[in-house]
Ligand binder design. Sequence first.
Ligand SMILES: [Zn+2]
Length: 162
Amino acid sequence: MPITETDLLHLRRCVELAREGLDDGDEPFGSVLVDGDGVVRFEDRNRVKDGDETRHPEFEIAKWSADHLTPEERAAATVYTSGEHCPMCSAAHGWMGLGRIVYAVSSAQLVGWLTEWGAGPAPVRPLPIQEVAPGVPVDGPAPELEDEMRALHRRLFESRQP
Ligand SMILES: [Zn+2]
């Protein structure tokens, strides 16, 4: 289904969270869980700077949903995220039976930028969500947010150059 104005509103919050993460020394990724009634129930952003590289917001959302949502609520929820889920987070989302995912930029876009800038490959293959969790409806990218997300990732890349 197409990305709506409401979707964009939630995606903009994800970008804000991504910026907050980057400003705090983490990586620019942010995510929001919205329930079937359209209410924001949980949000988080990347928190890997202290050494736990699995602290992705999409993974936190999946774990949060285990304790706070029924299976029916999980299926009706939408997870918005600044960057497409990595395979770890796609798997967690799929195992928890969460609903639709909407992302601002795809993993393919991010890999394209990193390759263009000369960054090395990530330790985990950037599979599309639906290769990991084929039953999940997925929408994205949102071209309106591409420049902003590219700039945040560029800042992270430059901060890591010697
Ligand atoms: Zn992830």
